[in-house]
Design a protein around this ligand. Structure first.
Ligand SMILES: N[C@@H](CCC(=O)N[C@@H](CS)C(=O)NCC(=O)O)C(=O)O
Length: 227
């Protein structure tokens, strides 16, 4: 049995969804973010020293980092529709997107989130200066970085229906988080092809089943708006 250490409103939603798609049984150990700092509770550090979610426990093994968890679960599942063989173009593409999602796509999105919140954290006197620093960083570095990633996603989804080709794979589950995060935070800047992708994944029965079991997940808001 898989145990997922799952934090509300977080990336670990993807692990629940992957397990639902594969039809694997799992249990959830739930943790709540601190409503002020948004950090995970100390308790999660008892499971893994970084204290971040997701963490997977299986047969005495403790695995952290979403990409590593995906590799572990997919290795148990073997090759199949969601996990094309590594020697095929689809398998290679899937592996790229699985590692790209956390390695390259998320860092500029996280930087934007941190810089956006900087002025409210600064004291009254220096707030205008901090605001200027934020604007400059977003204008000159973070914004162009995000734009280049968004174009990369749009080009991929304009060429093929799914990230790794014509079939839905684990790469689409892994890529859901950066796409949902951006769609939620800056809906007006999202090209239609990305909006369509997010709508399509939200309509999947396994996505909805994972949502029911995982609880609060603000990134599925688009779906709520559509209903
Ligand atoms: N790259 C890591 C990121 C893990 C991570 O930052 N998780 C967030 C949830 S989205 C977290 O636990 N945040 C709470 C905290 O940092 O205390 C992964 O994909 O597993």
């Amino acid at each position: 049995m898989f145990t997922i250490h799952h934090l509300n409103n977080s990336r670990s939603q993807r692990v629940l969804w992957l397990l639902e798609e594969l039809g694997f049984a799992y249990q959830i150990k739930s943790y709540q973010r601190d409503p002020v700092t948004m950090l995970a509770p100390q308790e999660l550090k008892n499971v893994h020293p970084l204290g971040k979610s997701p963490v997977l426990e299986h047969e005495g093994k403790v695995i952290a980092e979403t990409g590593a968890i995906f590799d572990y679960i997919l290795n148990i599942y073997g090759n199949g529709p969601l996990n094309p063989d590594f020697s095929t173009n689809e398998g290679l593409a899937m592996n790229h997107w699985i590692h790209y999602a956390e390695g390259s796509a998320m860092p500029p999105l996280l930087m934007k989130l941190v810089f956006d919140r900087l002025p409210e954290k600064a004291g009254g006197l220096i707030r205008p200066i901090v605001r200027k620093v934020r604007d400059k960083a977003i204008q000159t570095f973070i914004g162009p970085q995000i734009a280049s990633h968004v174009k990369y996603w749009s080009d991929a989804l304009s060429k093929n229906e799914w990230f790794a080709g014509s079939e839905f794979t684990a790469a689409d589950i892994m890529m859901s988080f950066p796409l949902e995060a951006l769609t939620m935070r800056s809906p007006d800047t999202i090209p239609p092809v990305i909006q369509d992708f997010v709508k399509k994944i939200h309509a999947r029965p396994a996505y909805q089943a994972a949502l029911k079991k995982g609880g609060e997940y603000a990134y599925a808001k688009l779906q709520e708006k559509e209903q």
